[in-house]
Design a protein around this ligand. Structure first.
Ligand code: ATP
Length: 422
């Protein structure tokens, strides 16, 4: 078997998509009678500075001689990559041998590419030691993702699927014709095995991108057959090509266990703490609160695009105990999901007189409360039950605001009750 790793072929303004480049390489290899085993769509650390959008890297696993694979992949990248964009620096690596036997050093590199930051020199020295054939266009930054894609099959064990359809090239850059009703109907047929196809709260077909480029729509889920079935039921403009990718999307692979006092910018965490201030809605509709443990405090934010997730965040109260998940940037954690572990269930209120059933009044500073009518007194406030709309368990941002790598609650495997968005 041969593994072909590629990355960094697309441009934010000019379009293209590395999945399309990988699909084209796979088609050309198949034309040369190679057997295509699978294509991996690997989402690396979403916090890296140089990403175009979702920090995707691609691997093709094929039964084909490594030198032929290198030639074909080189030509396709040369032809399709948007190298005219300053920030596009394609990388290609070819590894002969079975994806299950990639060296340990490459496997660790892949794992770290999803949760950490790598350098080009680091990638180059590993691929030299491994003896892989490679080519980096321009500054060769794409070699980082390409190497991550080579080791991903051994590095990861939670896989999902995305069935991606591609537009005819003549239509790239024009408005996509996809019938929204058919998307919603199709999405219903396979939910929850197929998820994040639509956002039922906003009425948006989230599977259809808005950026320029070859993708018509992408259907994500836990079953490749389910994803293809949903795709088949969607009415749209003609599909030029389609491909099912094996992917680490929807796995939370980017999250590290952390503590409020140890977080660093550029990493994503799962953190425990107590709400110590807020929530407060600021300009732009972003909702902030402070989360603390016994040593430190961090700002957490639910951004405006997270829409109805902000209602749950607005229901938080000082004293609630949470687990929060998200990326830390400039001292603020950008919320992807939260778990309410312990809720504040009572609040201190001015006591009511048991004889007169009237609120008591303050009896003077530090002297408690007294009933104006009958003189009954109380030493301080009493705790009354609080009605909380917010329940215990996990809450998440809606499908329209989900990061590619973030795990939807509907996939299951969480350590508490879940409140999935659909
Ligand atoms: P799209 O998702 O739209 O295909 P993209 O978001 O994948 O685009 P790229 O154009 O691939 O963005 O740019 C990401 C760049 O960051 C690549 O050059 C890749 O090699 C590099 N990279 C990936 N992971 C890491 C990492 N962990 N540390 C440093 N660089 C990384």
């Amino acid at each position: 078997m041969t593994i072909i790793g590629i990355d960094d072929t697309d441009s934010r303004e000019r379009g293209m998509c590395t999945t399309y480049v990988a699909d084209t390489i796979a088609r050309r290899l198949a034309d040369q009678s190679a057997t295509i085993e699978r294509l991996l769509l690997v989402r690396c650390n979403p916090a890296v500075e140089h990403k175009t959008r979702g920090n995707a890297a691609l691997a093709i696993h094929a039964q084909t001689p490594a030198d032929e694979a290198f030639d074909i992949a080189w030509r396709v990248i040369d032809e399709l990559a948007e190298a005219a964009d300053d920030r596009t620096n394609p990388g290609l690596i070819v590894s002969p041998g079975d994806p299950d036997y990639v060296p340990e050093e490459v496997v660790s590199f892949s794992r770290e590419a999803i949760t950490d930051h790598h350098t080009r020199d680091g990638a180059r020295s590993i691929l030299d030691r491994a003896g892989y054939e490679s080519h980096g266009w321009k500054n060769g930054r794409g070699l980082i993702g390409a190497l991550a894609a080579i080791g991903a099959w051994r590095a990861l064990d939670d896989w999902t699927y995305e069935h991606i359809t591609y537009r005819e090239p003549g239509r790239w850059g024009t408005e996509r014709t996809v019938d929204p009703e058919s998307v919603f109907d199709a999405a219903d047929t396979c939910y929850p095995v197929v998820w994040d196809t639509v956002d039922r709260g906003t009425g948006e077909a989230v599977c259809v991108p808005r950026t320029p480029g070859p993708v018509l729509y992408g259907i994500r889920g836990d079953s490749p057959e389910g994803c293809r079935l949903v795709s088949k039921r969607i009415e749209s403009e003609p599909i030029d090509y389609e491909r099912t990718f094996v992917t680490n999307q929807g796995t939370d692979g980017h999250l590290r266990e952390g503590t409020v006092s140890s977080v660093r910018t550029g990493y994503a965490y799962r953190l425990d703490g107590t709400v110590t201030s807020g929530p407060e809605t600021r300009r732009g509709g972003h909702v902030f609160f402070e989360l603390s443990d016994d040593r430190a405090t961090i700002d957490c934010v639910a951004f405006e695009p997270t829409k109805r997730f902000r209602d749950h965040v607005r229901d938080l109260r000082v004293g609630d105990v949470l687990t929060v998940c998200g990326e830390v940037s400039d001292g603020t954690l950008k919320l992807e999901k939260i778990a309410v572990r312990d809720r504040v269930e009572t609040e201190p209120v001015t006591p009511t007189c048991s004889a007169c059933n009237r609120r008591m009044k303050s009896a003077g500073r530090g002297q408690g409360y007294r009933c104006r009518r009958c003189g009954t007194s109380a030493s301080g406030k009493t705790d009354e039950p609080l009605h909380r709309a917010l329940e215990r368990g996990w809450y998440e941002v809606p499908p329209g605001a989900r990061r590619h790598i973030a795990k939807p609650l509907v996939r299951g495997g969480f350590d508490a009750q879940t409140h999935p968005e659909r």
